[in-house]
Design a protein around this ligand. Structure first.
Ligand code: PAJ
Length: 281
């Protein structure tokens, strides 16, 4: 596997891969890789001929006071594992080269960015859209793979890709979970053993909501209320619990095949997000 920091070097490798008739697949990440990330690498492998994984803890998507400084960084370990997973190239840009000191251009995706995570983390999706837009321009992938775990991120990137005509096909990977249901996340590393045990109640509440819908419940308010009660009962503090149309991120008035339940909670000092689709398409 090739490891590259420099943009012109990256572009030379992309040119070579294209010249040899391979399509380019991109999996953007912030590192501290786990089985969820690797499932996306395997999807990219299936969908493209040359798989690039970027690892970049993007300062633009963290607000002051969030965990940018303590976000886990393990580039060497990550690169070794990516090599074993069959990635062709790992792109590890340097923050100082990625954003010039007077960087001043950002991508704002109105509407879908504003509820949910966007309401609790103002500016977060501007940072995400900007870094992903830059990565799309740097790598020029045919295919880019994202996880449904970050549902609103997917909605924002889909909208941006459509609105700005990025010639990139998006592929969405399902959420990979621990045996007890907890969605894998680089931030799970912050949990103490007791918090980690309790964190399983988060996905449990979401699955129970999905079961109620499968049993016939169609009122978003009933579902939200029950989920809120279960999460509060488990001792979590709740940032939001929303039943929404996931492609627009608007609150749902009725539950149908495009409806998801998305939530963000805090376990101690650690913030976790998760979601479930309430009805399969
Ligand atoms: P990061 O949190 O590292 O996630 C990278 C990708 O892995 C995202 O598409 C995310 O949705 C996916 N992912 C995370 N946990 C997953 C799980 N348990 N199962 C399946 N996929 C999972 O998301 C980001 O980084 C950043 O915002 C980024 C898009 C790289 C822009 O900086």
């Amino acid at each position: 596997m090739i490891a590259v920091k420099d943009l012109s070097e990256l572009r030379a490798h992309v040119r070579d891969a294209c010249a040899s008739g391979r399509t380019i697949g991109l999996v953007p990440t912030m590192g501290a890789l786990h089985a969820g990330h690797f499932s996306l690498v395997r999807l990219a492998r299936r969908e493209s001929g040359f798989v690039i994984v970027s690892i970049f803890v993007n300062p633009l998507q963290f607000a002051a006071g969030e965990d940018f400084e303590r976000y886990p960084r393990r580039a060497d370990e990550d690169s070794e594992m990516l090599d074993r997973e069959g990635a062709d190239l790992v792109y590890l840009p340097d923050a100082s080269q990625f954003y010039s000191p007077d960087f001043s251009t950002t991508i704002e995706v109105a509407g879908v960015s504003e509820g949910g995570e966007g309401a609790v983390r103002p500016g977060h999706f501007r940072g995400v859209a900007t870094v992903v837009g830059k990565l799309f321009l740097q790598v020029a992938p045919d295919v880019a793979v994202f996880g449904r775990k970050d549902l609103q991120q997917v909605a924002v990137i889909r909208r941006m890709t459509r609105d700005l005509d990025f010639p990139v096909r998006l592929v969405i990977g399902e959420t990979v979970r621990e045996p007890d249901g907890l969605a894998l996340s680089s931030r799970n590393a912050y949990l103490s053993p007791a918090e980690r045990q309790r964190a399983a109640l988060f996905s449990k509440a979401l699955f129970e909501a999905r079961d109620r819908v499968r049993a016939g419940e169609r009122d978003p308010q009933v579902i939200e209320r029950a989920a809120r009660q279960a999460l509060a009962g488990a001792g979590f503090s709740i940032d939001y619990v929303d039943v929404l149309e996931w492609e627009t991120m608007r609150r749902a008035t009725r539950i149908d095949s495009g409806t998801a339940l998305a939530a963000a909670i805090r376990v101690g000092k650690t913030r976790l997000i998760d979601n479930v689709l309430l009805l399969e398409r």
